[in-house]
Design a binder for this molecule. Structure first.
Ligand SMILES: C[S@@+](CC[C@H](N)C(=O)[O-])C[C@H]1O[C@@H](n2cnc3c(N)ncnc32)[C@H](O)[C@@H]1O
Length: 351
């Protein structure tokens, strides 16, 4: 045994356990708004931060110590103060738009909420239904707000020539696996002459979507609860979108066939899906591959298997995506990468 190699590996495991724990603390800092408050104060004590945030000082103090030990924040003993560097605040606060990485740490707890059910699947097979995950749709919607909503009008729509003009004139649009419907609602607000429909399997995110539609008094949008494996929409669409919602379907192959049949001959399918390979060896240098294979095991694969589906997993790969799109009948497939979103590929697809 190479003892230096063994020691190095043990050290990396200590680092891993520390960072896993810190991810939980970062998620708490995000949900309580502590990062945002710290960025406003810059320098603070546990008492001044707790008072400013309206939180319990004992918990804030212990959390600050975890943050200082993890080098997320800096501190001094004389005077006893903590300091949140603006270089760190840029990636942990809401104010800084699309760079807030704190929100993604919430996925760790979403996955942890089904750990025991996933454990059972290792013995018995099968899957875990969406309803078992705590806060999945809430965190997903927050993720989408940052990854899709912010760049939707300026960066995503222009991937399809003339689309903005067509939306302004008035077209039919469908979003599959819409979750809380954030992208359709934003488009419905911006393009009142077009009509939008969002489809999702789960009741909970659709309730939230309908509530937002009511609040905003939108009349050009509707949401339907349906299993896309068997759902056949009435009429044809000029645009169909899927944001991170094909690989974890029960039957992506059947869904893509439905998309093909539901598009106008001149229509476009915009599919945002994970940018990775179906081959492990090609993902080894992928900066997010351990996270993506974990999300796959704990969520994307298992929610599909829970529906009796194919369970392709998060890293079904752009190779399989291309094959399935062609098998569904599509002949024109263009892959796009956008700088704000290193996790995804934006497929622009036509008949
Ligand atoms: C990863 S989430 C993406 C949600 C949304 N597009 C977003 O970006 O926030 C995938 C969505 O697909 C939905 N879904 C999964 N299987 C489905 C099925 N068989 N029929 C309809 N929707 C399904 C889930 O309920 C979930 O809301």
């Amino acid at each position: 045994m190479d003892s230096a190699k063994a020691e190095g590996f043990a050290e990396s495991l200590v680092d891993l356990i520390n960072k896993g724990a810190l991810a939980v603390m970062i998620s708490i800092g995000h949900q309580t708004g502590l990062f945002d408050r710290m960025a406003e104060l810059k320098k603070f004590t546990s008492q001044s931060l707790a008072d400013y945030s309206g939180l319990n000082e004992r918990y804030v103090r212990e959390w600050l110590k975890a943050m200082a030990a993890g080098k997320i924040i800096e501190w001094s003993s004389e005077p006893a103060e903590f300091y949140f560097p603006s270089e760190h605040a840029a990636f942990l606060t809401r104010k800084h738009g699309s760079d807030n990485m704190a929100l993604y740490t919430q996925y760790i707890q979403v996955l942890a909420s089904v750990e025991q059910s996933i454990l059972s699947c290792f013995y018995q097979g099968g899957g875990v239904p969406y309803s078992a995950y705590e806060r999945f749709h809430e965190v997903m919607a927050e993720d989408s707000r940052q990854t899709i909503l912010a760049p939707l009008l300026d960066q995503i729509l222009p991937l399809i020539p003339d689309l903005t003009q067509k939306l302004a004139t008035g077209i039919e649009v469908m979003d599959i696996g819409c979750g809380r419907g954030k992208s359709m609602i934003k488009l419905a607000e911006n393009f009142p002459n077009s009509r939008f429909m969002g489809i999702d399997l789960c009741a909970e995110p659709l309730e939230s979507a309908r509530e937002e539609v009511r609040r905003k008094n939108l009349t050009n949008i509707q949401f339907k609860q349906a299993d896309l494996t068997a759902f056949r929409p009435a009429g044809k669409f000029e645009l169909i979108t899927a944001f991170d919602a094909v690989h974890d379907q029960a039957r992506p192959d059947l869904v893509l066939r439905t998309v093909y049949e539901s598009l106008n001959d001149e229509g476009h399918f915009l599919m945002q899906d994970i940018d990775g390979s179906e081959h492990l060896e090609k993902n080894l240098e992928h900066p997010f591959s351990p996270l993506l294979y974990t999300i796959s095991t704990m969520h994307c694969m298992s929610v599909s298997l829970a529906q009796g589906g194919l369970g392709l997993g998060t890293l079904w790969g752009v190779e399989m995506a291309n094959r399935m799109l062609r098998e569904a009948g599509f002949t024109q497939i263009r892959e796009n990468r956008l700088p704000h979103d290193p996790m995804n590929c934006y497929f622009i697809v036509r008949k």
